[in-house]
Ligand binder design. Structure first.
Ligand code: GLC
Length: 559
């Protein structure tokens, strides 16, 4: 699987970060998540690829984002859509080659876009060379130290070593067979059995990841999104949890396998490496922690730069709840001098246009809900998010107002958690359906018309949501995003700083000022009187009347 780049030095030099940018670019950056499987398919095999992403970079430039985060495109058997990596330094042939990655990084930089790649350090694929050798060599192999192999409990070792459950459902342990075929030790996998967890107490693991960081930094990437950043270190002795209600505890408690204090040592070492490189290379933590205060630990000045704000993602479209999470997020980041981040959608949760179309609760929905209501609120929620101080993450397709596809037939689903009982709901495929770019029939410009069907089918009604259909229509969601990002560029006070000045407002309304900018969000289903003043810059709702905030709308004002 290993690919060689003949001349990495040459690539490094010419793929350097855009010059002349102010320091701290990431503090208020708008970062767009590309899910390579579903963004653009250049070779027509029904699966998105790096040449496809590369061909669409001008679209992202025009949209007005600062950086692009790419979900994994590394060599992988795709047991978890690429989050099971077999070779961290190779591009999976399904996505292209290292040369394609190099071209993508260069083109992005030439357009003034930064590139962030996904790093998956909690687990590898079970097809990773280390794991395969560990299995082959059997108990006593030094390679086994790099993962968590343990004898089972019970008379013949027939029971898993502890009571931990996989996030995707079922036990977090799978029993191996010894080289002679007899049942052997068990190995730990917090996710699918095809994703064995690394043992971060092993110096070889730590060394390997420092080397992988350097490999991609040398390729010219501007940063990393760190997958399961809260999971790398497990409590000594791998103690039982003592309950089978694990899913209820997830995200609400520090667990023996999540958010252990030991992870921070790893990030301190990584920060030193990032700082060695010119151009402010960054890392953002995917850390599901119980509180924003614990999230702040990941972004102390000598650790990572940003962490996703999942508390914000999980908040309902409700003024009081939103105000509380905005205040607590800003307060938590202040002592560590990190920017707050904001996010509404990603490849693991129901898109916000569908979440807000349904009663609050849950980020894995099966219900289509009230589409019109959902879209209205999604647009309003986005304008609110983009007016907050800090950095914002967008997920591909939200700029088109895409809903989740809630009626995918079971036989096309690929989310591994769908196939494992009692774990996460397994409905992540619904937010991963390939983008509609143009035309009136599938694949809507996702791939060539002569190509095969897309890996997940696109709904018939997506013709009217395509980039082509929305471009130039001032009422479209795409044009709303473009305008919002243009205003954000013209008025740096939107993302800058770390405070919002709340203005008095009626229940259900959020009103705040940032310098000469005012943001008003009406989260209710009724129009609300508000003494607006100044010049309207942008509104997510239509027919703005003076002194009246439209239902479920956000408007931006210059005062
Ligand atoms: C992260 C990814 C998710 C993946 C999991 C295991 O949560 O975002 O897609 O399934 O890690 O790698």
């Amino acid at each position: 699987m290993t690919q060689n780049l003949a001349d990495t030095t040459r690539l490094t030099a010419s793929a350097a970060t855009p010059a002349g940018e102010p320091r701290g670019w990431w503090r208020d950056a708008v970062i767009y998540q590309v899910y390579p499987r579903s963004f653009a398919d250049a070779n027509g095999d029904g699966m998105g690829d790096l040449p496809g992403v590369r061909s669409r970079l001008p679209y992202l430039r025009e949209l007005g984002v600062d950086a692009v985060w790419l979900s994994p495109f590394y060599a992988s058997p795709q047991a978890d859509a690429g989050y099971d990596v077999a070779d961290y330094r190779a591009v999976d042939p399904m996505f292209g080659s290292l040369l394609d990655a190099d071209g993508l990084i260069r083109d992005a930089h030439a357009l003034g876009l930064r590139i962030i790649v996904d790093l998956v350090p909690n687990h590898s694929s079970d097809q990773h060379e280390w794991f395969q050798r560990a299995l082959r060599e059997g108990p006593g192999s030094a390679l086994r130290e790099r993962y968590h192999f343990r004898p089972g409990k019970g008379e013949t070792g027939e029971l898993p070593p502890n009571d931990w459950e996989s996030i995707f459902g079922g036990p977090a342990w799978t029993r191996t067979a010894d080289p002679d075929g007899t049942p052997g030790d068990w190995y730990l996998h917090l996710f699918a059995p095809e994703q064995p967890d690394f043992n971060w107490d092993s110096p070889a693991v730590a060394d390997e990841f420092r080397s992988i960081l350097r490999f991609w930094l040398d390729m010219g990437v501007d940063g990393f999104r760190v997958d399961v950043a809260h999971g790398l270190v497990k409590a000594p002795g791998l103690p039982d949890l003592g309950t089978h209600d694990q899913l209820k505890l997830l995200g609400n408690d520090v667990m023996p396998f999540f958010d252990q204090d030991g992870v921070h040592e790893i990030y301190r070492a990584w920060r030193k490496i990032l700082d060695e490189y010119p151009g402010e290379r960054i890392a953002v933590a995917e850390a599901w922690t119980p509180t924003v205060e614990r999230t702040a630990n990941y972004v102390r000045p000598d650790e990572l730069h940003q962490a996703f704000n999942f508390q914000y993602l999980g908040t309902a479209w409700d003024a009081a709840e939103l105000r509380a999470v905005i205040d607590s997020s800003l307060a938590a980041m202040r002592p560590v001098d990190a920017p707050a981040t904001w996010v509404l959608s990603n490849h693991d949760v129901t898109r916000h246009a569908t979440r807000f179309a349904n009663p609050p609760g849950g980020t894995q929905l099966r219900e289509r809900g009230d589409r019109e209501l959902g879209l209205r609120r999604a647009r309003a929620a986005t304008l609110l998010m983009l007016a907050l101080p800090g950095s914002a993450y967008l997920y591909q397709g939200e700029e088109l107002g895409l809903p989740d596809v809630t009626d995918l037939p079971d036989e096309v689903r690929q989310d591994p958690s769908f196939f494992r009982a009692d774990g996460q709901d397994g409905f992540r495929d619904g937010c991963r359906v390939p983008l509609p770019w143009s035309g009136s029939t599938a694949p809507y410009g996702f791939g060539p018309t002569t190509g095969g069907p897309s890996w997940l089918p696109q709904p018939a009604e997506w013709a009217e949501l395509s980039v082509e259909a929305q471009t130039g229509d001032p009422t479209s969601t795409l044009e709303l995003y473009r305008s919002a990002l243009a205003v954000r560029r013209e008025r740096p006070e939107l993302g800058a700083g770390r405070e919002v000045e709340w203005l008095p407002s009626a229940p259900g309304v959020l009103a705040f000022r940032r310098g000469s900018f005012v943001c008003l969000a009406n989260t209710t289903r009724q129009p609300v009187a508000y003494p607006t003043a100044g010049r309207l810059l942008l509104s997510s709702g239509e027919g703005v009347e003076p002194g009246l905030l439209a239902p479920d709308s956000t408007s931006w004002w210059a005062v």
